[in-house]
Ligand binder design. Structure first.
Ligand code: HDE
Length: 723
């Protein structure tokens, strides 16, 4: 384990302190404070007799235990969270009056929870899934929750369809199979009938659904929100989180392996980075659209299946989020935190996005059952850092002791308190949007283009990314048993890209679909003419957008990247330590893996600590591999089947691999290494991610550059590695 970092404090973590408990140096007591003399044995009528009902200590202990569990979140059940702070770079007062976005010297405490969506609490972190990215800002004007995802769009356009979507993706109800996976009939049955999901499906089938780390994924508010300034002028805003480490993902084969080797991979990664002081950072980005431009786009700003391409409205980076403290207690903080899209502060407001509007109802409602009643806002992690005063009273587990006789308004007996706050005192005032309409159940025709942005996304991907989408769809639809669902899905894919549809059709060995017969949309009201609900096809204004491809992300750092050194007794100490030191100097996390735990002895008899043995380690848990020299070490590693497998697999997953020239025989035992080229130039290393040298300094320099590239996806083409 990395060393424990100093625990950062802020106004919110200080507020939590009175609620924390620390047992060190204390006697054990009951919940009512009575010291316990025997926590080993129950009270019995004779040593071999029955237990007595009188045993209040046993009863209390067992009763509490019996009630330890609460319902898990209906979606986003699996997650991890951390404390941190947010600071704006410069005042955003021309757009918003939100207090936390005014002054660069103000540090706003935050609590951030990342999650998968479909799996239950104990499911694997590496499921192919959307990730939740929920941020609670404890501002001086109350809590603002930005409850977003790592993808900028959503599956559906109207909250009415959310329960259907979730029922379709969750394990099938008869046998509760499969866990945390969309690769099954009910999900694709629903999706194939709902073409509005096409854009989101492109994102879900892309590598965005397999993040390398929570710290290396973007976040998005998804819906269009509003900013409102002091003069009550409003504009539209889309929120983004941009990770300073870049956006990176793992390979699907790797993800499946990680799920077995370390299902807590993302949770552990977040925890360890924070403990080691490598604090994860994101910049908050905003895309601002003046109200007058609402109808300027070829999509509707209220449609949550659409993004605003960054080429049309650039993302301004307005502040930084830093996560610098792990929770003290998972249940009390991460499990009990209650996010709600309706927690907003003056200066921010909603729009009429019909998905957003439905969410406004759902989040409080779900806490009532999950956290057991209307006082969940009093749970320490959910409390704002400002005081709460109102006339709400009582209820299950009420903590606050409200003084006085008055709990109504207007009142004279309490002097009219608590007062309503006028605008100048920070009272929240909704944007007075004019609504003049018939009451109608329906959907705006401006929501009917389902394919232009799906096309934009697919066209913006690199070749490797496009291949991954094809493979993902071939995998997922390959797991679907009902042939008609596969065929319907291919019809939808052919609306996105003919080549994509043809490639998936080839993998499934079904005919290449022609443009499907109408109707393609099966989601319309009874009595409606299906023809009125079919997607419209429009030519988007852009053919591709750089920001949509992870190939264009930042690749300038190896900070927190995990590098494995495979070694054994007899290792050449210099060849190991020089490279290790160079990698660590760049922020890499280096671990020595050896045939046994404990330590290895170098050729000159120095003890070098070992972090993992080949039994406990797995290549999928590392970003890169290095083989140091030393005759005996090299011979032992070469003889270790798990080490050869480690290298083959690292190669298969397109990772950087480096070796001291003295260790070349280990590479020769792999499937991928043919012969040493005449020279390892920077160009070839950065293209192939493979380096062998007897010059440790040169090797370390090129290795660092190669690891920063993240992956060498070109290697996938030959697909000859049987790892
Ligand atoms: Fe959620 N969502 N959601 N959602 N959502 C929940 O609230 C819901 C949607 C998101 O770490 C639930 O407290 C509806 C979009 C995150 O605790 C629930 C609709 C986006 C989290 C709920 C949506 C999200 C949730 C379950 C469609 C991205 C985890 C437990 C109308 C912008 C928060 C809970 C955490 C959680 C409802 C759609 C993000 C049931 C009805 C779109 C990150 O209330």
């Amino acid at each position: 384990m990395p060393e424990k970092s100093p625990q950062a404090e802020n106004e919110k973590t200080n507020n939590l302190k009175p609620h924390t408990e620390e047992a060190s140096g204390q006697f054990m007591t009951t919940n009512h404070g009575v010291k316990i003399n025997d926590d080993q044995n129950s009270l019995k009528a004779g040593e071999r007799g029955p237990t007595l009902l009188e045993d209040f200590i046993l009863r209390e202990k067992i009763t509490h235990f019996d009630h330890e569990r609460i319902p898990e979140r209906i979606v986003h059940a699996r997650g991890s969270a951390a404390h941190g702070v947010f600071k704006v770079y410069e005042s955003m007062s021309s757009f918003t009056k939100a207090h936390f976005l005014q002054d660069p010297s103000v540090e706003t405490p935050v609590f951030v929870r990342f999650s998968t969506v479909a799996g239950s609490r104990g499911s694997t972190d590496l499921a192919r899934d959307v990730r939740g990215f929920a941020v609670k800002f404890y501002t001086q004007e109350g809590n603002f929750d930005l409850v977003g995802n790592n993808m900028p769009v959503f599956f559906i356009q109207d909250a009415m369809k959310f329960p259907d979507l979730v029922h379709a993706v969750k394990p099938e109800p008869d046998n509760e199979i499969p866990q945390a996976a969309s690769a099954h009939d009910t999900f694709w049955d629903f999706i194939s009938l709902m073409p509005e999901s096409a854009h989101m499906i492109m994102w879900l089938m892309s590598d965005r659904s397999l993040p390398r780390s929570y710290r290396m994924m973007e976040g998005f508010g998804v819906h269009t929100f509003r900013f409102v300034n002091e003069n009550n002028e409003a504009c539209f805003v889309k929120f983004h989180w941009k990770p300073l480490l870049g956006v990176h993902s793992v390979a699907w084969d790797e993800a499946q392996n990680i799920s077995g080797k370390d299902p807590d991979y993302h949770r552990r990664d977040l925890w360890e980075a924070i403990e080691s002081g490598a604090f994860p950072e994101w910049e908050l980005g905003v895309q601002i659209v003046p109200e007058a431009d609402e109808h300027k786009f070829d999509f509707d700003l209220l449609d949550p299946t659409k993004l605003i391409p960054e080429e049309l409205v650039p993302v301004q980076r307005i502040g930084k989020l830093t996560l610098n403290r792990n929770p003290d207690n998972f249940f009390a903080e991460t499990e009990q935190v209650a996010f709600h899209i309706g927690h907003i502060v003056p200066g921010i407001d909603f729009t009429n996005d019909p998905l957003l509007q439905g969410r406004l109802f759902s989040y409080t409602d779900t806490q009532l059952i999950r956290l057991g009643g209307p006082n969940f806002h009093e749970i320490p992690i959910n409390r704002p850092v400002v005081d709460v005063h109102n006339n709400q009273r009582d209820g299950h587990m009420r903590q606050t002791i409200n003084k006085g006789k008055v709990s109504y308004n207007p009142n004279s007996m309490g002097g009219g308190c608590p007062f309503q706050a006028g605008a100048k005192d920070g009272g929240f005032i909704s944007v007075p949007e004019r609504v003049d309409a018939h009451k109608i159940r329906g959907r705006s025709k401006s929501f009917f283009d389902h394919f232009s942005q799906a096309k934009l996304f697919f066209n913006s991907q690199s070749l490797a990314e496009q291949n991954h989408i094809i493979d993902a769809l071939s995998f997922e639809l390959g797991k679907v048993q009902t042939v008609a669902i596969r065929e319907r899905m291919l019809g939808i894919l052919s609306m996105v890209d003919k080549g994509l549809a043809a490639a998936v059709a080839y993998a499934l060995r079904v005919p290449v679909p022609q443009t499907p017969e109408q109707p393609i949309n099966h989601s319309f009201p009874a009595d409606a003419d299906p023809a009125d609900y079919q997607p419209i096809e429009i030519e988007g204004s852009l053919t591709s957008s750089e920001a949509l491809s992870m190939a264009n992300t930042i690749k300038d750092s190896i900070k927190t990247r995990k590098i494995a050194i495979l070694a054994a007794d007899g290792v050449d100490e210099n060849s190991l330590q020089a490279v290790k030191a160079a990698l660590e100097a760049e922020g890499g996390v280096v671990e020595v893996i050896a045939p046994r735990q404990g330590y290895i002895l170098s050729a000159n008899d120095t003890e070098i600590p070992v972090h993992q043995s080949f039994l406990t380690a797995a290549s999928v848990l590392y970003d890169a591999v290095y083989l140091p020299g030393g005759t005996n070490s090299v011979a032992s590693v070469e003889a270790e089947a798990d080490a050869i497998h480690f290298l083959n697999e690292a190669f298969k997953h397109c990772k950087a691999i480096a070796a001291d020239e003295g260790a070349v025989q280990v590479l020769e035992a792999t499937y991928f290494f043919k012969k040493l080229p005449d020279e390892f130039s920077e160009d070839t290393v950065l293209k192939e991610g493979l380096i062998v040298s007897n010059d440790s300094a040169k090797l370390a320099d090129l290795f660092v550059k190669a690891i920063a590239q993240h992956r060498f996806w070109d290697r996938e083409k030959p697909r000859k590695v049987p790892a």
